[in-house]
Every structure is written in structure tokens, then in C-alpha cells.
Ligand binder design. Structure first.
Ligand code: PRP
Ligand code: GUN
Length: 181
């Protein structure tokens, strides 16, 4: 295990089992709909790639880069900026927004509003992690991987100051990592 990690919250095995379960649920709903999966960069990239490999039906995917956190700041501002937009039109498409984590809910709330304004046929959301304790905006996430307590997590795509995204599990950093930065 990485020496900066205090504890593992979601192991590789649990990640694998979660992907298989979500893949089955999504297949039931979307196998005949040619959905457009929208990956919210950068955190959701690893989850998205694992998730789509568990789906064996006609679908498309695209990427968007939005940001609500900057640098070492781990407090949300509620200001969600679009850094890179989709290349694929969403009009009349069944859209599935793929997130690594829902925390305050600002990001997903803003994206649903955006895709509604672009006349998507339907909009659903899948989030690998859910941190319900910090919710500010009420958002009905249709597919949830794992509920976690109110702790700042890294790994499996998620960063602290752009590091730790490559860890194959989700963990919590040792407190001294923050103080020695
Ligand atoms: O529910 P919210 O409070 O809006 O938080 C969730 C968002 O925060 C993180 O993104 P971040 O802005 O850290 O960018 P990143 O994915 O590039 O790391 C995460 O990937 C979600 O997109
Ligand atoms: N890396 C990371 N990004 C987040 N964005 C919202 N919550 C979190 C979290 O716990 N970890």
C-alpha cells in the first residue's frame, strides 16, 4: 500500500464487485437505447473506463471537463466551470452522466440543468462514490456504487493536489501529508 495512505475505504475487490453490479443494472435499462455516457473529467476517468467494459451493448461515450475545486483547496465554492465541453450533441439522446463522487451535489446539479437545456431525451446519473453527509444540492443519483463517510478520499481517479489518482483503490491520506505540503 502507498505509504501516504492511512486506510483503504474501498478495496480493489470491492471496486470490481461494484462495477459488475452497476454494469448489470445499466444493461437492464440501456441495452436497446444506444445511450451516450458522459464522463466528467478528470476524476471519473478510471471508473468510466472500467464501467464501459462491463457493458455489452451499443453505446457511445464522450468527455467533459468541469471543475469546482482548485489546487490544494478541498472546500467547494459551488462554482462549477466548464473547461472542456462535449463534442457529441445530446439532443434526443439518453444521457448517462458518469461521476467518481457526489459530494455537495453542485457538479451533478449543474450538469443536469445543462443537458436539460440542450434537450436530452433522458438524463440519469451514475456515481461511483456517494458522500451524503456533505450534500448541499439535492440530486437524485440513479446508480450509486459505494456510500462513504465524510472523509476526503483519494485514489481510483481521485486526487489530492493532482496526486494519488493512479492508486487502484480508494483511501484516506495520513494527516501529516496535508501538513507537510
Ligand atoms: O458534488 P460536488 O461537491 O460538486 O463534488 C464532486 C466533484 O468534485 C470532484 O471533481 P474536481 O472538481 O475535484 O475535479 P477532478 O475530477 O478533475 O479531480 C469530483 O470528480 C466531482 O466532479
Ligand atoms: N479527491 C476528492 N475529490 C473530491 N471532490 C469531492 N469530494 C472529494 C473527495 O473526497 N476527494
Amino acid at each position: 500500500m502507498n505509504s501516504d495512505i492511512e486506510k483503504v475505504l474501498v478495496s480493489e475487490k470491492e471496486i470490481d464487485e461494484t462495477i459488475q453490479r452497476l454494469g448489470k443494472e445499466l444493461t437492464q435499462e440501456y441495452r436497446d437505447k444506444n445511450p451516450l455516457f458522459v464522463c466528467v473529467l478528470r476524476g471519473a476517468a478510471m471508473f468510466m473506463m472500467d464501467l464501459v467494459k462491463s457493458l455489452d451493448f451499443k453505446m457511445e461515450y464522450d468527455f467533459m471537463d468541469v471543475s469546482s475545486y482548485g489546487g490544494e483547496n478541498t472546500i467547494t465554492t459551488g462554482d462549477v466551470r466548464i473547461i472542456k465541453d462535449l463534442d457529441t450533441p445530446v439532443r434526443d439522446r439518453d444521457v448517462v452522466i458518469v461521476e467518481d463522487i457526489i459530494d455537495t451535489g453542485y457538479t451533478l446539479d449543474r450538469l443536469v440543468e445543462l443537458f436539460e437545456s440542450r434537450h436530452a431525451k433522458s438524463i440519469k446519473m451514475v456515481s461511483f462514490l456517494d458522500k451524503p453527509a456533505r450534500r448541499v444540492k439535492h440530486v437524485d443519483v440513479d446508480y450509486i456504487g459505494v456510500k462513504i463517510p465524510d472523509e476526503f478520499v483519494v485514489g481510483y481517479g481521485m486526487d489530492y493536489d493532482e496526486h494519488y489518482r493512479n492508486l487502484p483503490y480508494v483511501g484516506v491520506l495520513k494527516p501529516e501529508v496535508y501538513t507537510t505540503k
